[in-house]
Design a protein around this ligand. Structure first.
Ligand SMILES: *Cc1c(COP(=O)(O)O)cnc(C)c1O
Length: 383
């Protein structure tokens, strides 16, 4: 299989082009323009296995390659990404890089599953955790002493705090810690963590990359061959491998990522502005708003401000819950990053940190018409 992205022409292409052009089969007469789905659990072989050969379906599958190549190109990596069976499987693979007895510094607001998974590992004595306010750069740096890994999410789920990725990555490296960035919310079109100093990028491909709420998948991208080899070994032995059909769907979804993000970011920005004017909304959290605490940082390190916004509904949990029952177009559901707009009161999830306000609604803006989305929200909030 060809991984031609590192020094080939792909390196000069813009991300809007790469999502369309990366991971295509070789240009041979009558070859398909899309990679095929290869359904096989094993590969012909005789004699002693040669390093790098496919061997068996838990080690590799030809359907993974084009997606892994495309994602690496988007993240600016010069080696393939690794696709996993879910975002959390990728999170677990990244956490496997922590040595026994190590220290993990994590944002107190992060994806709930990552927090619960790390807490479970800590309870089993594998490592210890220090949770921090990731927007407080001084506090984070103070907690890095003796750390083995700094976990970053930016913006954080669901509070949308913005971390100073480059400054924190430098400080973490100086302390001898690896830096992992969960880039699910931003996507590589909005933030490129490797260029800001991260060692590993983690994705829930389930969200924006696949983009249609029809698959569960994850991925890692690494800054160097040693980390890639460690994560590849982890994936091969721990077995959280992706089904070929899901990965094929993810590549199909990736083709429209730039268009989807362009639309959903623009809509999220305008919705944030309008929601600020409603008396039924106590607070709008969106880094694109000039008075948002993360605005200056976000403007410096992001290309746009993302497609997630959060509102705190006046009247708390009950009032917020009513909004999710009153919408007709927005879909009340967990998850995010699909073409359809989703709304969720995050504290309905028992595992959500209690520092997240009861009345906070997370809105994942999709690609529907702005006015239709606004009218639906407005009627649900003002009813
Ligand atoms: C959804 C999500 C995950 C977990 O991914 P799954 O594909 O659901 O396993 C991890 N991080 C973030 C930020 C997410 O939104």
């Amino acid at each position: 299989m060809s991984h031609t992205f590192a020094d080939g022409p792909a390196a000069e292409l813009s991300p809007e082009t790469l999502v369309v052009s990366a991971g295509r089969p070789p240009r041979e007469h009558d070859a398909p323009v899309n990679p095929p789905i290869v359904l096989t659990s094993t590969f012909f072989g005789t004699g002693a296995p040669v390093p790098g050969e496919r061997g068996y379906g838990r080690y590799s599958n030809p359907t993974w390659d084009p997606f892994e190549e495309a994602l690496a190109g988007l993240e600016g990596a010069d080696q393939p990404a690794l696709v996993f069976s879910s975002g959390l499987a990728a999170v677990m693979a990244a956490l496997s890089l922590v040595p026994p007895g190590g220290v993990v510094v994590m944002p107190r607001h992060s994806y709930q599953g990552s927090l619960l998974l790390a807490a479970g590992e800590a309870e089993n004595g594998r490592f210890s955790i220090r949770t921090v306010d990731i927007a407080d750069t001084r506090e984070v740096i103070a907690q890095l002493d003796g750390a083995s890994l700094l976990w970053l999410e930016s913006p954080t789920n669901p509070m949308l705090e913005v971390a100073e990725i480059a400054v924190l990555a430098d400080a973490a490296h100086a302390a001898g810690a690896l830096v992992v960035v969960d880039n699910t919310f931003a996507t590589p079109l909005v933030t490129q963590p490797l260029a800001l100093g991260a060692d590993v990028v983690v994705h829930s491909v389930t969200k924006y990359l696949a983009g249609h709420s029809d698959v569960v998948l994850g991925a890692t991208v690494t800054s160097g061959p040693d980390l890639l080899a460690r994560l590849l070994r982890y994936r091969s032995l721990h077995g959280a491998v992706a089904g070929p059909f899901e990965v094929w769907l993810a590549l199909r979804g990736l083709r429209t990522l730039a268009l989807r993000i362009e639309r959903s970011q623009a809509t999220a920005m305008e919705l944030a502005r309008r929601l600020q004017t409603l008396p039924q909304v106590d607070r709008v959290r969106y880094p694109g708003l000039p008075d948002d605490p993360g605005h200056t940082r976000a403007a410096a390190q992001m290309n746009g401000f993302g497609s997630i916004l959060c509102i705190e509904v006046a009247g708390g949990a009950a009032a917020a819950e009513k909004v999710t029952e009153a919408v007709n177009l927005w879909l009340p559901a967990t998850s995010l990053g699909g073409v359809e707009s989703l709304i969720e009161r995050r504290r309905r999830q028992p595992g959500e940190p209690h520092t997240v306000p009861e009345g906070l609604l997370r809105l994942s803006t999709g690609i529907e018409n702005l006015e239709d989305l606004w009218k639906d929200l407005e009627q649900a909030l003002t009813r």
